[in-house]
Design a protein around this ligand. Structure first.
Ligand SMILES: Cc1cc2nc3c(=O)[nH]c(=O)nc-3n(C[C@H](O)[C@H](O)[C@H](O)COP(=O)(O)OP(=O)(O)OC[C@H]3O[C@@H](n4cnc5c(N)ncnc54)[C@H](O)[C@@H]3O)c2cc1C
Length: 436
């Protein structure tokens, strides 16, 4: 009797770099005898962007390496081999499919142009018999559950929030059954080093508000610390506008951005915390912020390429400037505003900046200096350890007056500094060594 051919599924990891609550793993593991996983450090994402900044600066590159190293170990424990390459996805993925006789690929669904380009290039090079299943797995409220047509999503956040809170529910976390050892394949691939990716060694700044490493375990440790161990979650609403240290806010964003932590996992951990220690405005507020995160994803689907255009989703015309000297002064922390400077130096030294800081420096860039907001956004894209295409561009649009702020506010930098840094502790922290 002829032996039935083994069916082999490939999980292609992109921005869903976790084992816990991963829909692609769940779907693949239900349907195949054998499972293999792949992650490609795509050569194209290490190029420069159109404004001349490296698309990924050292902080995020290092975090990504740490994340993939851990993902590889965690998958190995589940007896799934993760192949890792520094290569061009459109070449390596089809060739792996051929080598291992892959019948199906499972991937997180994306919609922004750069991610889609890589995806389409790979698809074009695949054998037609290979089926590709892509699933949304980056949302708190799944697109199939919001009961709103994307094109009808309100351009005002609170309208959206109230609707989803009232009419939608949040799904349980995805699970899958562990494989046995026979699922493993030979694996000589290595995770590239910073040097291989073209960077020098990273010197971590001791004053960083984000001193954590990449990877799923560190993300879960952070939840445990921020929630049950320190109970900081219960004061989140009062502390979230802070500027110094690890604990004024959750610091979940870098793990959320590359998908080593899911928004649903945070949500369900908050619910457990509330059941044990009680709900209050702060426990709710963290969920509120995760809905903002969802919202910018939905707005970017709704407005597609306008999300990245200079006139934004409002199609508003402003006289934007591109003065190189002013842009450089902003980047180097040499403007007339010490509060802006301190924040920009923190970003340059650590790859992180608080939400309060981001709002101020972005408002200064786009509303005070009237500089083309896309340049500021592209610099953030390069530097931020937690860069997330939807949150970054959505917030820049919002602050620059071409997005979702119905009030179109401009920050008064001096009064913001007085309010949030009354004793100048934050400014002293970052400006001391940088007196010009
Ligand atoms: C100009 C500008 C650019 C930004 N770029 C990014 C970006 O590239 N990536 C990113 O994750 N966030 C971005 N933000 C949003 C916000 O500043 C960060 O999410 C937050 O500072 C991260 O710290 P945290 O995890 O401690 O946040 P917390 O206050 O603990 O919030 C918890 C989570 O809620 C979400 N969240 C909070 N505020 C926002 C917001 N305004 N918009 C969307 N989601 C939010 C994040 O996922 C965050 O991790 C930007 C904000 C501005 C003003």
């Amino acid at each position: 009797m002829q032996k039935k051919q083994e069916s082999v599924g490939l999980i292609w990891f992109t921005n869903n770099l976790r084992v816990l609550d991963n829909k692609a793993i769940e779907l693949a593991s239900k349907s195949h005898d054998k499972l293999i996983a792949i992650y490609v450090f795509d050569v194209n994402i290490f190029n420069k962007n159109i404004f001349g900044f490296k698309k990924i600066e050292i902080f995020r590159a290092n975090f990504l390496i740490e994340t993939i190293t851990e993902l590889k170990n965690n998958l190995q424990k589940e007896n799934i081999t993760l192949l890792t390459y520094f290569d061009d996805s459109k070449g390596i993925i089809p060739s792996i499919c051929e080598e291992y006789n892959i019948s199906d690929i499972y991937i997180q669904k994306e919609w922004t142009s750069e991610e889609l380009t890589i995806f389409k290039d790979v698809k074009n090079n695949l054998n037609n018999n290979i089926k590709v299943t892509s699933v949304y797995d980056q949302f708190l409220y799944h697109p199939e559950d919001i009961n709103i047509e994307i094109k009808s999503i309100s351009n005002v956040f609170s309208n959206f929030r109230k609707k989803v809170e009232k009419y939608s529910t949040i799904r349980a976390e995805s699970i899958f059954t562990r494989r046995d050892k026979t699922n493993l394949i030979n694996n000589n691939t290595v995770v590239p080093s910073l040097e291989t990716l073209g960077y020098k060694a990273l010197n971590k700044n001791n004053n960083s508000a984000f001193p954590f490493n990449g990877g799923e375990k560190e993300a879960l440790n952070r939840i445990n610390f921020y929630f049950s161990k320190s109970k900081k979650l219960s004061q989140y609403k009062q502390t979230r506008n802070g500027l110094i240290g690890e604990d004024y806010s959750s610091k979940f964003s870098p793990w959320l951005a590359n998908g080593s932590l899911s928004s649903k996992t945070i949500y369900w951990r908050i619910k457990e915390y509330e059941a044990e220690f009680g709900a209050n405005q702060s426990t709710y507020w963290l969920i509120f912020e995760l809905i903002w995160r969802d919202y910018f994803k939905y707005i970017s689907i709704k407005h597609s390429s306008s999300f990245f255009k200079i006139d934004g989703i409002l199609e508003k015309k402003y006289e934007w400037k591109t003065d190189d000297r002013q842009i450089q002064n902003w980047i180097q922390g040499k403007t007339r505003e010490p509060f802006v400077n301190a924040n920009m130096i923190e970003l340059k030294e650590t790859g992180f900046m608080s939400n309060r800081g981001r709002q101020n420096v972005a408002s200064y860039f786009s509303k005070e200096l009237m500089l083309d907001w896309r340049i500021g956004a592209a610099y953030f894209e390069s530097m931020l350890i937690d860069y997330d295409v939807h949150s970054n561009y959505g917030n820049w649009l919002y602050i620059s007056g071409v997005g979702n702020d119905p009030r179109d506010r401009k920050f008064n930098i001096k009064s913001q500094a007085e309010r949030y840094d009354p004793e100048s502790k934050y400014q002293n922290l970052w400006l001391q060594k940088n007196i010009f």
